[in-house]
Design a protein around this ligand. Structure first.
Ligand code: ADP
Ligand code: MG
Length: 643
């Protein structure tokens, strides 16, 4: 009977396809780091204990008279099992299905597609994605997880079992103990882990920083191999704590080794790699709080998911309160990972209280200031490291110029750009560098925006600047357009787009050139009128320029028009962009323009004007309305030349 009903209650579920794929890849790629399974399971147990303690603040009944929170690790050489048990929050059936049977993370598909089949590379990627619970299958043939959620009755226990081969079973069981117990049935060749010394050293290496006690049974050295089991008195096991079991951030900086910081980061950051830098400070004053924050080496997969998880955990007097509180960290620092532990916030703080709370605002402000301090010091003393930060997170940091008015000036000094100074796509020029290189009479900081580095670098708008040796910043990240629209000056120097308004070089203007251009204006008046008439509503106006040295023509916007790049970005995003006509500027010294001036055949005049317009459009990375028409006109002219 019992067996029958067992079978009836046991449900078999198929893994989400992504899980099966991930499991398979993980087992193969992480085999050389297989001991990390223990770190991952301990990390989950520690999180479960954190969650229980937080909920028990407002509902002490959840402790069920067992408030000594801990993690216990045992092994059985004969059964070839390792068991990891915690008396934490536990899970109900739906939670088991949602948390253990699926990967509900944004970017999962992209992540799987990014895998290459190259073991070393994939191991990195998988680590970055987060290995978690599934790492159990690196060493286990089958895994059995039994759990009961705090506050539920003992009949509401749940057992999940799987051999990692595409499906799992789930059933309701009687479970007296609250929390989660995971039994790993080790694979044939994993006997090395059935060893007290080995397990302890793995725990000390990877999980020493865990703030909860991790217990193991004290080995009984009096027992010898070969002792007849029947004759040994069964002694109650004596448990001992294997790890330091104190919150790392509360310890003295000088007593903490780099490895401890690194392992702690892997736990809070759900990362596989070491962090790039850390910041550990205690702030005292009106508000007292401790920061232990990390800058990851690589961007997480959900970096561009602006609503994705934020990486900082809030603790109050060492009690974990919540993960990813957006109120504590501005969005443009969403890649920072770690812990903020406040001495002053109430323990029963909720998400609602976090909003518009002056204490929280003060903590955020202080935290952001410290992070800026870290970056400023790094930029000065370890510029290569800062270069790496910029390469990985620069695009996110730029959002701060738009979002964080109060720190704009500080952030502006950290910005790094490509520029015509060295013409490389690597962004390494700071505004301070730029200002230091400005010509004696230069008043403005010049920039060009385009959709790619190549388009920016080759923009015809740069020709006069290159000729005169005036540096121009080359902006081609998507966020740049928005950034410059919020960023009008740096240390009193206005930022000026080289593709907007008439060419205004201020005191750098060559009076001779200007006079020369004015003289030509009369000469070319007829041509300009004819071009405008020929192109009609395609352009706002045709005029002469001396900003071009090599190209015959370019397009510019009026000072307050939205830029062409911005218009294209908005269009791509499906927005209606009011058609802004642009100004066609012609280079009076260019043979093609002179030829146009002398063209008497109307049809050829129209073709050539249109070609000049289309070329100007192409050269700034824009798209033509009618590419076949352009080619037809061009070929017609080429054939005339040939004949
Ligand atoms: P992560 O820890 O990054 O969320 P994991 O794969 O390690 O990913 O775990 C998935 C989820 O399963 C956890 O977020 C948690 O909700 C749940 N979980 C895992 N282990 C436990 C545990 N010991 N107690 C309670 N919940 C757990
Ligand atoms: Mg985990």
């Amino acid at each position: 009977m019992a067996i029958m009903s067992d079978v009836e209650h046991k449900e078999t579920h198929a893994f989400q396809t992504e899980v099966t794929q991930l499991l398979h890849l993980m087992i193969h790629s992480l085999y050389s780091n297989k001991e990390i399974f223990l770190r991952e399971l301990i990390s989950n147990a520690s999180d479960a204990l954190d969650k229980l303690r937080f909920q028990a603040v407002s509902n002490a009944g959840l402790y069920e008279n067992d408030s000594e929170l801990k993690i216990r690790i045992t092994f059985d050489r004969d059964a070839k099992t390792i068991t990891i048990a915690d008396n934490g929050i536990g899970m109900d059936k739906n939670e088991v299905i949602a948390n253990i049977g699926t990967i509900a993370r944004s970017g999962t598909r992209e992540f799987l597609n990014s895998l290459t089949g190259d073991q070393a590379k994939d191991a990195h990627l998988i680590g970055q994605f987060g290995v978690g619970f599934y790492s159990s299958f690196i060493v286990a043939q089958s895994v059995s997880l039994t759990t009961r959620k705090a506050g539920l009755s003992r009949e509401q226990g749940v057992r999940w079992q799987s051999s990692g081969d595409g499906q799992y079973t789930i059933e309701q069981v009687d479970q007296e103990l609250r929390g989660t117990e995971i039994v790993l049935h080790l694979g044939e060749d994993q006997a090395e882990f059935l060893d007290d010394w080995r397990l302890r050293s793995i725990i000390r290496k990877f999980s020493d920083h865990v703030s909860w006690p991790i217990l193991m049974i004290k080995p009984d050295y009096s027992k010898k191999d070969g002792d007849d089991k029947e004759n040994i008195e069964v002694k109650a096991p004596e448990w001992e704590t294997v790890n330091k079991a104190s919150a790392l951030w509360t310890r003295n900086k000088t007593d903490i080794k780099d490895e401890e910081y690194n392992e702690f980061y892997k736990h809070v950051g759900h990362d596989f790699e070491e962090p790039l830098a850390h910041l550990h400070v205690r702030l005292e004053g009106k508000q007292e709080y401790t920061l232990l924050l990390f800058v990851p080496k690589r961007a997480p997969f959900d970096l561009w998911d602006r609503d994705g998880k934020h990486g900082v955990k809030l603790y109050v007097r060492r009690v974990f309160i919540m993960e990813g509180a957006k109120e504590l960290m501005p969005r443009y620092l969403r890649f920072i990972r770690g812990v903020i532990d406040s001495s002053d916030l109430p323990l029963n703080i909720s998400r609602e209280i976090l909003q518009n709370n002056p204490m929280v605002d003060a903590i955020r402000k202080g935290t952001v200031g410290k992070i800026f301090g870290l970056f400023e010091e790094m930029a000065e003393k370890e510029p290569d490291k800062f270069k790496q930060v910029w390469k990985t997170f620069g695009m996110v940091l730029k959002e701060g110029i738009i979002e964080d008015y109060s720190n704009k000036n500080r952030l502006a000094k950290l910005l790094r750009f490509s520029s015509t100074h060295n013409d490389t796509s690597e962004q390494e020029v700071s505004l301070t560098d730029y200002v230091g290189r400005m010509k004696p009479d230069q008043e403005k900081i010049y920039y060009v925006t385009a959709e790619s580095f190549a388009a920016a670098k080759n923009s015809p708008h740069l020709e006069i600047f290159r000729k005169k040796g005036i540096e121009v910043l080359l902006l081609s990240d998507r966020v740049d357009e928005w950034m410059v629209s919020h960023f009008t000056e740096f240390e009193g120097k206005p930022l000026q787009s080289v593709a907007k308004g008439g060419l205004d070089l201020g005191k750098l203007e060559d009076e001779e050139e200007k006079k020369d251009l004015e003289k030509k204006e009369g000469d070319f008046k007829e041509l300009l009128d004819r071009v405008k008439k020929s192109l009609g509503e395609t352009i706002k106006e045709a005029r002469l320029t001396h900003r071009l040295t090599d190209s015959p023509a370019c397009l510019v916007g009026d000072e307050h028009d939205i830029s062409a790049t911005m218009a294209r970005i908005l269009k791509d995003a499906g927005q209606d962009v009011p058609g802004t006509m642009r100004i066609l500027e012609l280079n009076p010294g260019h043979p093609l323009v002179i030829r146009l001036k002398n063209e008497s055949n109307d049809e050829r005049f129209n073709d050539l004007s249109r070609i000049l317009y289309d070329q100007a459009m192409l050269s700034e990375g824009g798209q033509l309305d009618d590419p076949p028409g352009f080619i037809k006109k061009l070929n017609k002219l080429l054939m005339e030349m040939a004949s």
